[in-house]
Design a protein around this ligand. Sequence first.
Ligand SMILES: *Cc1c(COP(=O)(O)O)cnc(C)c1O
Length: 378
Amino acid sequence: MNIPFIDLKQQYLNIEDEVNNSILKVLQHGQYIMGPEIRDLENKLAEFTGVKHVLTCSSGTDALLLSLMARNIGPGDAVFTTPFTFIATAEVIALLGATPVFVDIDKRTFNIDPQKLEEKIVSLQKNLKPKAIISVDLFGLCADYNSLNSIAQKHNLFLIEDAAQSLGATYENKKAGAFGHIAATSFYPAKPLGGYGDSGAVFTNDKATYDKMVSLRVHGQGKNKYDNVHLGLNARMDTIQAAILLKKLQIFPQEIEQRQKVAQIYSSNLGDYVTTPFVPENCTSTWAQYSILSENRDTIQQHLKEKKIPTCIFYIKPLHLQDVFKYLGYKQGDFPVSEELSQKIISLPMHPYLKEDDQQQIIKEIITIAKKPCLLNN
Ligand SMILES: *Cc1c(COP(=O)(O)O)cnc(C)c1O
């Protein structure tokens, strides 16, 4: 018996009838594009996050793209973000011709370091205009929004929360998706709230921004389909995907609880052997990943592989060292925390349906091979 890294099949079995019926309804009413399930899901997501306006879209990447386009981000603009994230976060900035400006992460939370962010803003090269920040809620833990909001305000920057991994998390009792001017999330299957295909959503309390994104989502349309006022995208979510997510959203609060339990069992058993995740007092994580640090990360991974326990490394190569961003001129040594983390981090199986026996086996195998907790030097 293999232990899955994320068990989507088990989840489906638990809600099989509900999901099947929900999909069937769409097949029968036939409104495959922008059917009534879309608005229903948007309303339910607004309720869930406490954000006024929610717009579903085709992916988390497009959600980020829509957020930047809503602000007319383009050539000559600097957008600050972290190099320790999934490629999409920085890719969308560059796709619009703007310049990703990387800022190293905090060594405990792995989220953008507010102090380093401010240093970067004030020392920005003069040919770039500071425009926006994309903060990432890495592994399901919200970034430091008290600091980020005040920096954004002080320097007149647009703050975008990349909540692709954090839906269901909280920061000072507010839900992820509610921070910054716009938040973007993803329903890619492996995310905390995943669909059965690609899709995403944007969240904002600002009506004008929302209206602009409504237009951008469908080719920049104006009064109607054949009136075009912006350069836009085809970035709609499929109705079938919304029908699935409506059912998954119903069990999501319960799944978050189960994720907490799994994380807590890891943390209480592994703390003497590896460095377990840090969650600040004012936060709850949604545990998109459960990631540990060790000096002998590669040995641990090899050992677990031999025992048929899957692991992943997020992220093995920080973005400033990726070929695609060579033109930005960064080099090894520029972001020491991200670079060191990429050598020491490893993510363990994490999902709401991880069986306790399986988890005990994972823990046992890690204890056999891990040496001791490690601190990041930088
Ligand atoms: C997954 C992810 C995205 C992109 O979402 P897709 O739905 O795959 O396009 C963006 N940012 C982060 C941090 C992610 O983890």
